[in-house]
Write a protein that binds this ligand. Structure first.
Ligand SMILES: [Zn+2]
Length: 178
């Protein structure tokens, strides 16, 4: 979100162990960099009482289009998941709803609502961090993109910085939802 832009880079990742990159592949390092930004956004959200999930939409030339974090509590909006907010913002910037040339990075496997929006956006690539064994609708509980109601073949890359994304959520739940 734009209002958080000025805080970029100041986030404390003290409680998270960021492992060194396992490979020096250029594409992997790019995915990792954007996921780090999504983790930062999630961290801000967690500190304001939201479940920490962050999302970033990157355009075809690997430039940042939109970023968002979960805002359900702040907005009193059941649909204010990070992915929905980021997809909407990207659509506004591009003046179109088709995001076939965009990549969405999100720290947690999307839920059914967000997976539905991702399919509707005809997203070019979904990259996510941790699997969600409770509501994950990409592969963990459901596979909506490959399901009968999907009209879009969605390329998916899961598990980027998976352990960090999982740790962040687990730490937050330990602290706020005992
Ligand atoms: Zn969602």
């Amino acid at each position: 979100m734009p209002e958080r832009e000025d805080e970029k880079g100041e986030i404390e990742f003290g409680h998270l162990e960021i492992p060194p990159p396992p490979i020096q592949d250029k594409a992997y390092l790019t995915h990792r960099r954007w996921m780090m930004r999504a983790l930062e956004l999630a961290e801000f959200a967690g500190k304001s009482g939201e479940v920490p999930v962050g999302a970033v939409v990157v355009g075809p030339d690997n430039t940042l289009l939109a970023e968002a974090a979960n805002r359900r509590e702040s907005d009193h909006d059941p649909a204010a998941h990070a992915e929905i907010l980021a997809l909407r913002a990207a659509g506004r910037i591009l003046n179109r709803w088709r995001l076939h040339d965009c990549t969405l990075y999100v720290t947690l496997e999307p839920c059914p609502m967000c997976a539905g929006a991702i399919i509707q956006a005809r997203l070019g690539l979904l990259v996510y961090g941790a699997d969600d064994p409770k509501t994950g609708a990409i592969r963990s509980v459901l596979n909506l993109p490959d399901g009968a109601a999907s009209n879009h073949r969605l390329p998916v890359l899961g598990g980027i910085l998976e352990s960090v994304c999982r740790q962040q959520l687990q730490a937050w739940f330990r602290r706020y939802r005992r």
